[in-house]
Structure formats: structure tokens, C-alpha cells
Ligand binder design. Structure first.
Ligand code: ZN
Length: 349
């Protein structure tokens, strides 16, 4: 898998999450290491990757400017996944109290290397209540050589007693621009010949999760010819971006006939109308933002939004009407009908 192959091995290689990297490197350089960290944030944003880099840096024998060397026995052990000082637990599959007891019992034993013993517990919100309580006992008085990194996508499910004992870091969704840059690097070194527009489409569709974007990119590994944005849209079932300004154009021009023909045409070409409507609402939102603040610049990887000559009241009306239409598409006997009615309602004289 590409996301494994290109998983960052140093802090410098991590895309985004600068606030987390900075604080962790600061802790390493001052020696003020906490005993329990909580990494929260959406899936695919690098929580376990950063936990592993941190674990590596903690025990690295040749740490340099806060970066693990990736050469010493300890670093290599982490990279190869066979270091005894690093214990990774997937709480989604090991949820029981006996799993956590086994783990907390082992905290009393020193790390084989004599350094830190690091426990990464992924999806920690999945632990049962009794397992949480068992973990809490160790978090209250951890042995000095033990460090916990808990990771979760759902921090609201973590007990307040646990939250009060951890240092919390919130991971952010990556921007399409950040994902695009990374995809371009990976595509280049894998010799996957995708045009930039195609990479942008993948970046925008992955909702801030770099791992998802890399999984999508890996679907094109076996392609020989140049991969176009249309190929990407087809393969991933994405709605081509060009449809949004086209549809908007008909609405702004009060062109009912073309708007209705357009709906039929994209439906016939296999576009999921609910998906289209959802993203079209996002498009209208961007048009509105641009009107409020023309200085808003779209970043690399994001499609530039046109500055439409349309008043704010009409935009708000559009958002309301299409939001209702989107909900109705799910239950409508004729899938195009809610969108068609939305057009007629919006463009009535
Ligand atoms: Zn090292």
C-alpha cells in the first residue's frame, strides 16, 4: 500500500499538524516529557504515524535536532515493527479489561533497552468501561519509564477522569493543497502519470484524510497512459467540478430549460444526484464567501470559484432550496424530481 510505503519517518516529513510537531519536539529538547498524551482528530490525519515518530525519538540513540536518526537499533526496530519497547494496541479489537490488565502489568517491567517503554493505544474510545478504569489506575501513577499515547477519532467518548490526566493534541484535517503536494510527490516517485487536475480531484474528494487520498491514488498504479481528471472522476465515482459552474450559470441566467436538461443529462451519465446536490451547496457557499470577502484566495489544489454576479439574498435562497431538495432525493420515487422542483421554485418569476 502506498500510504505504508510513504508513511513519514521523521517529524519533518509529516504533512500538516505543525502545532503538534512543534510541541512534541519542544518536549524532546527540554526533556519535559509527559506520561500520557491523547491524539485526537479525524481518521487519516497522521495520529499513529506521529505517535510512532515520537516513540522513535524518545529512544533514539543518535537524536539530532529533535529528529530520530532512523539508523540506530531502536529506530530500525520501530520502523520494522519489532521493537519490544513499543507496544501498540488496537482498542477496537482488544476492548476487554483483561487486555488492558495484561498491558498495565507489563508497565511494571522495565523496557528491554533501558529506555522508555511506550504504549500506543489506538481507537482508545472503544475500550470497555472496566478496561478504561484499569487503564486509569496506571495513568494515575505511571512508572517513570512509561509513556502512553492514546489515539482516538472520538474524544467526546473519553472519560473526563482520563482527559484530566493526558496532554491533549487535536489533529486537523489536511487542506486539499497539502494533500495535493504530497500526492504529487508520491505520484512522481511511483511513476503514476496523473495530470494535476486529477490529483486535485483526489485531494478535494478525500475530506482532509491523506491516507484516503493515497489509497485512491494507488488505484491508478497499473495505468500505462496519462491519467486525466475524467479518468479519476470515473474511477472514484466523483462528480466533475466543471458541472458546478455550469449549473450555476443556468440558475444565474434564469435559464429553466437548460437547467432542467442539465439535471437529466448528468443523471443519465451516472452522476449520483444526492452527491451532486451536496457538493453544489458547498459550491454556492464558496460563491457566497467570495462575495462577503473578495480577498479569499483559493489555495493550491482547490478549484477557483468564479465571482458570480448574483445577489446575496438569492444565494441564501438557493442554499435553503437545495438543502431541502437534497434531503428529499433519498425518498423521492423519481430521483431527479426534487432537483427539478428546486429549479422551478428558484426561477419562478
Ligand atoms: Zn535512532
Amino acid at each position: 500500500m502506498l500510504y505504508r510505503k510513504y508513511r513519514p519517518q521523521t517529524f519533518a516529513q509529516v504533512v500538516g499538524q505543525e502545532h503538534v510537531v512543534k510541541t512534541l519536539k519542544g518536549a524532546l529538547s527540554t526533556g519535559r516529557i509527559g506520561h500520557a498524551y491523547l491524539f485526537t482528530g479525524p481518521r487519516g490525519t497522521g495520529k499513529t504515524t506521529l505517535a510512532r515518530i515520537f516513540a522513535k525519538a524518545l529512544n533514539c540513540k543518535k537524536i539530532k535536532n529533535g529528529e530520530p536518526c532512523n539508523e540506530c537499533d531502536s529506530c530500525l526496530g520501530v520502523n520494522q515493527g519489532n521493537l519490544l519497547d513499543l507496544i501498540e494496541v488496537d482498542a477496537a479489537s482488544q476492548t476487554g479489561v483483561e487486555n488492558i490488565r495484561e498491558l498495565t502489568d507489563s508497565t511494571t517491567v522495565a523496557a528491554p533497552s533501558g529506555g522508555y517503554k511506550i504504549f500506543i493505544i489506538d481507537e482508545v474510545h472503544m475500550l470497555s468501561k472496566s478496561a478504561f478504569n484499569a487503564l486509569l489506575k496506571t495513568l494515575e501513577e505511571p512508572p517513570s519509564h512509561v509513556i502512553f499515547v492514546l489515539a482516538t477519532t472520538e474524544p467526546h467518548k473519553i472519560l473526563p477522569t482520563v482527559l484530566s490526566r493526558v496532554q491533549r493534541f487535536d489533529f486537523r484535517r489536511l487542506t486539499p493543497g497539502q494533500i495535493f503536494i504530497k500526492l504529487k510527490e508520491v505520484a512522481k516517485s511511483e511513476k503514476i502519470n496523473v495530470e494535476d487536475e486529477g490529483l486535485k480531484a483526489i485531494a478535494v474528494s478525500s475530506d482532509g484524510a491523506l491516507r484516503d487520498a493515497e489509497v485512491s491514488l494507488s488505484k491508478f498504479r497499473s495505468h500505462q497512459d496519462k491519467i486525466t481528471v475524467d479518468d479519476v472522476n470515473d474511477a472514484l465515482g466523483l462528480v466533475p467540478f466543471k458541472y458546478y459552474p455550469e449549473f450555476m450559470g443556468y440558475l444565474v441566467a434564469n435559464d429553466k430549460v437548460s437547467a432542467l436538461k442539465f439535471i437529466q443529462r448528468i443523471h443519465d451519465s451516472g452522476v449520483d444526484l444526492e452527491h451532486f446536490t451536496k457538493d453544489f451547496i458547498e459550491y454556492i457557499r464558496k460563491v457566497m464567501m467570495l462575495k462577503i470577502n473578495p480577498a479569499v484566495l483559493t489555495t493550491v489544489g482547490e478549484e477557483p470559484v468564479q465571482n458570480w454576479q448574483v445577489d446575496g439574498v438569492k444565494l441564501i435562497k438557493m442554499i435553503n432550496i437545495f438543502t431541502l431538495a437534497r434531503n428529499e432525493i433519498k425518498t423521492s420515487p423519481v430521483v431527479q424530481l426534487p432537483l427539478e422542483l428546486a429549479v422551478l421554485e428558484l426561477l419562478q418569476p
